[in-house]
Design a protein around this ligand. Sequence first.
Ligand SMILES: Cc1cc2nc3c(=O)[nH]c(=O)nc-3n(C[C@H](O)[C@H](O)[C@H](O)COP(=O)(O)OP(=O)(O)OC[C@H]3O[C@@H](n4cnc5c(N)ncnc54)[C@H](O)[C@@H]3O)c2cc1C
Length: 385
Amino acid sequence: MAGSRFLMVGAGLSGAVIGRHLAEAGHDVSVVDARAHIGGNCHTERDPETGVLVHVYGPHIFHTDDAEVWDYVNAYQTFLPYKNRVKATTGGAVYSLPVNLHTINQFFGKTMRPDEARAFITEEQADTSIAEPQSFEEQAMRFVGRDLYEAFFKGYTIKQWGVQPAELPASILKRLPVRFNYDDNYFFHRFQGMPEHGYTDMIAKILDHPRIEVQLETVFDRAQAGDYAHVFYSGPLDGWFDYELGRLGYRTLDFERFTYDGDYQGCAVMNYGEESVPYTRITEHKHFAPWESHEGSVCYREFSRACTPEDIPYYPIRQVREKALLNDYVALAEQEPGVTFVGRLGTYRYLDMDVTIREALDTARGFLDDRAAGRTPPAFYTAPL
Ligand SMILES: Cc1cc2nc3c(=O)[nH]c(=O)nc-3n(C[C@H](O)[C@H](O)[C@H](O)COP(=O)(O)OP(=O)(O)OC[C@H]3O[C@@H](n4cnc5c(N)ncnc54)[C@H](O)[C@@H]3O)c2cc1C
């Protein structure tokens, strides 16, 4: 007999935002998470030794064009101005990313203006003999030419995805990946910032409602679904089905943590473009909170590799094999009563935080509308395919 409570599997952004919305609509909500903390992969915690706020599962910068989502997060936390300015070390020099006019002038030892740089890249550097690029490599060669491709795209992509760029689809690089001005802000979005006390503090406030109860270190088992009026599941889609059709492929990350007395690299994120350097980037967490001041520093060297069943799934691979398998899991999910699959793992997509919140709000609203109209809630409010 189904209970009257709703269950959120996962205390990340998806579970917290949906849970809060349903609680405010007068429903009782349980939230469970296998981990010992809330916040999912956005989790932040203070390092007791240095006082630095650490992005435990990798660097997270909030950016969005969605005014409702921006107002939503600001209702739970003060967001302080933050621009993501990434640097890259390659070929014995440090450059500015994304590749911009500064990078181009420095890399080629020139002093070009925007129009000159555009002509230089598109007429002298780009490989115009490639009429219809078939792979990521050909697309990059066609757009920027061999020199920039090898310095900034090739090694990084091999390390990040574990495959040669010639085996990746051209569609990954949709448009010219360089800027012909000095704009080094990584994101184009209108609203950008960092939560003053971190994402976990913000998510704790979202979950702070008398109708919400949270249980940590609690692994959900599908057999418990019947105890609830409906389940919102932000765990891995294939995990719900005990991987009966096989595993959806992911990349995982290893973070090699080290501390430093002072300022280790002078910026939050330093990428390493060369394949000979085994890590993709180094994150120095204190630079994500420039309004704080700390003597000590906490850094992560980040390594990417294939995800095994014991690892945390980070980036969905979503190539041909995975999409076929995803199709089969979606068909199974659509036969499953009483559950809606949400979030980055439940829909097997890379989702930025703002998109996660947007989808969570839309899911909660759609669910309440369906319930009011006596309709059966669907397995997905956002199609994973
Ligand atoms: C390395 C990295 C960097 C990122 N950087 C950015 C960034 O800069 N900006 C940005 O906007 N976004 C970024 N993101 C995306 C961001 O992490 C996601 O948008 C967000 O985490 C999605 O939230 P979620 O609740 O859907 O999933 P998660 O945060 O993954 O939460 C799911 C939760 O479910 C729990 N769970 C799973 N299965 C079970 C089970 N069976 N029982 C109990 N609990 C379970 C997990 O423990 C987890 O806590 C980044 C992602 C990664 C991987």
